[in-house]
Each structure stands twice: as C-alpha cells, then as structure tokens.
Design a binder for this molecule. Sequence first.
Ligand code: HEC
Length: 107
Amino acid sequence: MASKVKPGILLVAFLATCAATPFAQNTAAAIYQSKCQMCHGADGTGNTPAGKAMKVGSFKSPAVVKATDAELLAETKNGKGRMPAYASRLSDAQIHDVVGYIRKLQK
Ligand code: HEC
C-alpha cells in the first residue's frame, strides 16, 4: 500500500507583524496630523477643502513666518477667528511642540 506523500502542513502563522508602525501619539507630527492638518494641510499652506472653506492662510506667508513663537502659541491656545482654541484639548507642552512643527513646515 503505497501511501501518497501527505501534503506538508505548512500552516505558518504568518501575520503581517511588520505593519505595526511604531507611532508615538504625542510627537509633534502626530498631533499636527490629527488636529491641524485637516484645515492647515500637510504642508501648512491651508490647501485642503476645509482650509479653503475657512480661508485658512499659509503658515509660509511672510506674516506668519515673522510672527513670534509666543504669538503662534497664543493663537493655538486661544483660537483666532474661525480657528478653534486648543487650550483645553492640548497641554502647553503639546502646543509648544506643534508650534515647533509649524516652524519646520515654514522652512
Ligand atoms: C477647523 C479648522 C482649523 C483647525 C483644525 C486648526 N486651525 Fe489653525 N487656523 C484656522 C483658521 C481659519 C485660521 C485663520 C484665522 C484668522 O486669521 O482669522 C487659523 C490660524 C492659525 C494660526 C495663526 C497663524 C495664521 O496662519 O493665521 C496658528 C498658529 C494656527 N492656526 C495653528 C493651528 C494649530 C497648531 C492647529 C492644531 C492644533 C490648528 N491651527 C488647527 C483653522 C484651523
């Protein structure tokens, strides 16, 4: 009775573990992406549907480039025009970090 070769059981638990991106929730970029990008755009120019509807200016405009960190911190904390206030939603440290991220976008 010649037994046929049984198919090798190659059921490897092959889960796509490589997809687990380490993404620290508190990095400035993550805060920007989750809270600011929908209006201000990935590049800070406000080129998004929401940004256009609200007439969001570009972070790269000379006025915003010239504005002091203190001014940008205050505008993020307290809001400005249609821009929501973030004082109750982000910590001072997070607001500080995200303003630092805006400075990077301006370069
Ligand atoms: C719902 C849309 C919206 C979101 C979300 C939003 N902004 Fe704004 N933001 C605006 C608008 C509109 C203005 C322009 C306000 C004005 O000049 O009257 C503005 C202005 C600003 C300014 C002042 C400089 C400038 O361009 O006039 C800063 C700084 C700023 N936003 C930072 C942030 C940060 C940081 C976040 C995320 C934590 C954020 N914004 C999220 C709509 C938004």
